[in-house]
Design a protein around this ligand. Structure first.
Ligand code: GRF
Length: 203
């Protein structure tokens, strides 16, 4: 099952997909990993796993439209059935998001619709939240706004910092993201009219 993964950083979610696929729990073929940052450690993880990598530096493009158009061409040469955003820290143009509508997933470290955008862990702590978590969703043109597929939550302890909370959330991410990818590859997870369905029931 051909997928392309986009990253900007450490790539621990990419690693979870690689590991589950090597262990035979996930029947996917990661055709390529693309990063907008040359120094992203996830590129090393991909190389170690023998996966082709590309860097497409957004700073060498005059506009977001031009960057996204080139990114789309790069992705589409692999003809993936699914595009997986795994810590890809770029806002997407509407054209790009529409092109992959219903076949592009993102993972966002909050219990959406709460805390879209950045610094989610600190914002949840500052707001005095008792729980926090992570969401996998279909990507829509609205930032962190597409149909939610799956969430996992954790309690916020008195002594939690943004860093300790990020660690807790990361371990949840590595469980739920491969699961959502698995469902999609098995055609159990589908998308119609802006909504996510699992086994034919709306989520
Ligand atoms: C994760 O926290 C994810 O939720 C967010 O970016 C981070 C990526 O982490 N979208 P990693 O690069 O997969 O380790």
């Amino acid at each position: 099952y051909p997928i392309v993964v986009l990253i900007s950083g450490s790539g621990s979610n990419l690693q979870a997909l690689i590991d589950q696929s090597l262990q035979g729990q996930l029947d996917i073929n990661i055709c390529a990993v693309i990063s907008n940052k040359a120094e992203a450690y996830g590129l090393e993880r991909a190389k170690l796993a023998g996966i082709p990598t590309h860097t497409l530096d957004h700073k060498s493009f005059a506009s977001r439209d031009e960057f996204d158009a080139e990114l789309q061409t790069m992705i589409d040469q692999y003809q993936p059935k699914l595009v997986v955003l795994a810590g890809f820290m770029r806002i997407l143009t509407e054209t790009f998001a529409k092109h992959y509508e219903g076949r592009m997933l993102n993972i966002h470290p909050s219990l959406l619709p709460k805390y879209k955008g950045l610094n989610t862990h600190q914002r949840a702590i500052d707001a005095g939240e008792k729980e926090h978590g992570v969401s996998v969703h279909f990507v829509s043109p609205e930032l962190d706004g597409g149909a939610v597929i799956l969430q996992a939550s954790t309690a916020i302890a008195e002594e939690d910092t943004a860093a300790s909370l990020a660690n807790k959330v990361h371990s949840l991410e590595h469980i739920i993201y491969p699961l959502a990818v698995k469902w999609f590859s098995e055609k159990r997870l589908t998308f119609h009219d802006g909504k996510a369905f699992l086994n034919g029931s709306v989520l």
